[in-house]
Design a protein around this ligand. Structure first.
Ligand SMILES: [Zn+2]
Length: 254
C-alpha cells in the first residue's frame, strides 16, 4: 500500500534499529498502535531528535511500507515534559503504556483508546506541575487501566454478582466470573474485595479522568490493582509486573 498518511500520534517508546535508526512505537488516531522506522534519529543533526520522547503528542506524516511505515515528518502538539520529569508521573505513565502496548494489536484503529491515552497523559502532565501526593498518581494510573479494559471489552460487573446477579453481599472479586461475586458464588479463584474498592471502581468508570480527585485508601488501591491484574491475566494472558508502590511504603512530601 504505497503513499503517505498524516495522523495524530502519541509516542509510547522506542528501540534501536541498526546503527543510526530507531523503531519508535506510536499510538495513532488512525492506525492504532504503530511501530515506525525513524531514519538517522541517532545523528546529532536528526530533525526529529528530542521530539520522539515518550508521552509527546505529534502530528506525524508516515510513508507506508510493506511491513513498517517510515516517519517522514513530525510537528509537536504537546511535549508533556513535566510528566516526564516527575518520577511519580513518569512511573504512572509508563505503567499505563506497558498495559496499553501489550493489550492492543498493531494497526488496529481505536480512536476512543487514542483519546483515553491523550487525556490520561494530559492529566498526568497537569498534575506534575502541581503539588500532589504520589498516591494520587497510583489512583490515576489504576483509573486509566480500568478505562482501557472497559474500551477493550472487559468491563467487570461491579453492581451485581457476576455469578448469580444478586445485589447483596458483594464481598469478593473473580476475574473468571467477570467481576464482583457474592458470598455464595465466591470460590477458589476469587479474592476478598471491600465495598470501598468496588465503589471506587464504579466511580472511576463513571467519571472522566480529570475528575479523579482524592487519593484512595491504600487498602482499596491494592484491591483495585489486584482486580486489574487478574482481569489482565485471565482474559488477556498478560502478567502485569508488580508496581513499585505495591511493596514500598508510600512516601509523603514534607
Ligand atoms: Zn452470586
Amino acid at each position: 500500500m504505497p503513499g503517505s498518511i498524516s495522523t495524530e500520534a502519541v509516542v509510547l517508546g522506542s528501540r534501536k534499529l541498526r546503527e543510526a535508526d530507531r523503531i519508535v512505537t506510536l499510538f495513532t488516531f488512525d492506525l492504532g498502535k504503530a511501530p515506525v522506522v525513524v531514519k538517522g534519529v541517532r545523528k546529532v543533526t536528526s530533525r526529529f531528535g528530542g521530539r520522539l520522547e515518550p508521552f509527546t503528542q505529534l502530528e506525524v506524516r508516515l510513508h507506508r511500507g510493506r511491513s513498517l511505515h517510515t516517519l517522514t515528518g513530525a510537528d509537536t502538539i504537546r511535549t508533556r515534559a513535566a510528566a516526564r520529569s516527575c518520577p511519580a508521573a513518569l512511573r504512572a505513565g509508563l505503567s499505563f503504556i506497558n498495559l496499553l502496548g501489550r493489550e492492543t494489536n498493531e494497526l488496529e484503529r481505536r480512536p476512543r483508546t487514542f483519546n483515553l491515552v491523550a487525556r490520561f497523559l494530559d492529566v498526568l502532565d497537569a498534575l506534575a506541575k502541581s503539588d500532589v501526593e504520589d498516591e494520587y498518581y497510583v489512583r490515576l494510573a489504576l483509573a486509566a487501566d480500568l478505562k482501557l479494559l472497559l474500551l477493550a471489552g472487559y468491563l467487570p460487573s461491579l453492581i451485581s454478582c457476576a455469578g448469580c446477579g444478586a445485589e447483596e453481599e458483594l464481598a469478593s472479586f473473580s476475574a473468571r466470573a467477570g467481576g464482583a461475586v457474592c458470598s455464595g458464588c465466591a470460590g477458589e479463584d476469587s479474592f476478598p474485595i471491600s465495598a470501598a474498592a468496588l465503589e471506587e471502581m464504579r466511580n472511576t468508570l463513571e467519571y472522566p479522568l480529570s475528575e479523579t480527585r482524592a487519593a484512595p485508601q491504600e487498602a482499596a488501591a491494592r484491591e483495585i490493582w489486584r482486580a486489574v491484574r487478574e482481569i489482565c491475566r485471565y482474559h488477556l494472558g498478560i502478567d502485569l509486573k508488580v508496581p513499585p508502590w505495591w511493596s514500598e511504603p508510600a512516601r509523603r512530601p514534607g
